[in-house]
Design a protein around this ligand. Structure first.
Ligand code: ADP
Length: 288
């Protein structure tokens, strides 16, 4: 992991007498994925808005060594942002929205196609955005944020408006987008996605940082869930996932195996369930 990509010092946000952020010190390294976690109203979105220059603040924010208050445009150009509420024109097609976004960002429109491919919306390129599912819209939003290949992705509650199936596919996409050249900051109150996506968790409560820890530690503290990626015989992924689901274990086939969500303390039970159902486990990895 490289040097500091985002640093805040004494970041404070007041709305009148109300203190939404109280002297927050953060550091996100190059290539690091950090989750801002905490209940609604804790201040996570406010941090994102300040970093983007959408909100005034006291204290200091540095992005790639630049003071965000002095060089807001340059800082903004380093950040791909996926807002919580997507604002699309429903009549526009996917490709029109992407071309428009590329021109706004002064990004070569030749890169649009590859970006749509990367986020898996190529086959929907000529459909109006209004006809897409929530998951596809979110993939498109992530694609637009990636135009120009910015070194920072800021994602505000990237799965909060999605059903379980689309959530899993968006989380899987974001997992694939992790890279040593890209820092990610995501706000979330879903422990599962934090477990999969974050290298580090910063816990907020009423505008203050109350804890910094690894995602494992957060799950342990919350008595929560882990994800196992289980390799079994390649032709049996779909049926094995169904068999596990029938046994009450949340399981999804993906390209190379089956992804299983289990209570952190009971990983062994899930592995035994594969064997019991007749799908011998070849190998497994604890994703988180
Ligand atoms: P989170 O993202 O963790 O849910 P937010 O950053 O959205 O929290 O909000 C932090 C606090 O700031 C909340 O108590 C919220 O009500 C308050 N807040 C946010 N925006 C405004 C505003 N424009 N005026 C007054 N209070 C606000």
């Amino acid at each position: 992991m490289g040097g500091a990509m985002i640093v805040t010092r004494g970041l404070t946000k007041r709305y009148g007498d109300f203190v939404a952020l109280d002297s927050v010190d953060l550091r996100v390294s190059t290539g690091e994925s950090v989750a801002l976690w905490g209940p609604n109203g804790a201040g996570k979105t406010t941090v994102v808005r300040c970093i983007l220059g959408l909100s005034s603040y006291d204290g200091q924010i540095e992005v790639a060594g630049m003071d965000a208050a002095c060089q807001p445009k340059r800082v903004r150009s380093l950040i791909g942002h996926v807002p919580q509420e997507l604002a699309f024109y429903n009549d526009q097609t996917v490709i029109e929205a992407a071309d428009f976004s590329a021109r706004l960002k002064r990004v070569d429109t030749d890169t649009v196609e590859a970006t749509l491919e990367l986020v898996g919306v190529t086959s929907h390129a000529y459909k109006p955005i209004g006809s897409l599912s929530g998951g596809l819209k979110q993939r498109l939003a992530i694609g637009l944020a990636l135009l120009g290949n910015p070194p920072i992705l800021l994602l505000d509650e990237p799965t909060s408006n999605l059903d379980a199936g689309s959530r899993e596919s968006v989380v899987s996409l974001l997992h694939d987008l992790k890279s040593p050249e890209r820092s990610m900051v995501l706000t979330s109150h879903h422990i599962e996605e934090i477990g999969l996506l974050a290298d580090r968790v910063i816990v907020f409560e009423t505008g203050r940082v109350v804890l910094e820890c690894g995602p494992h530690e957060l799950s342990e503290r919350m008595g929560l869930r882990s994800w196992l990626h289980v390799r079994i015989s390649a032709g049996t992924l779909d049926e094995a996932a169904l068999a596990l689901s029938a046994r009450g274990i949340r399981a999804w086939p993906n390209r190379q195996g089956v992804l299983v969500e289990v209570p952190s303390q009971r990983k062994g039970d899930a592995l035994r369930a594969f064997d019991d159902a007749g799908y011998p486990v070849v190998d497994f990895e604890v994703w988180r």
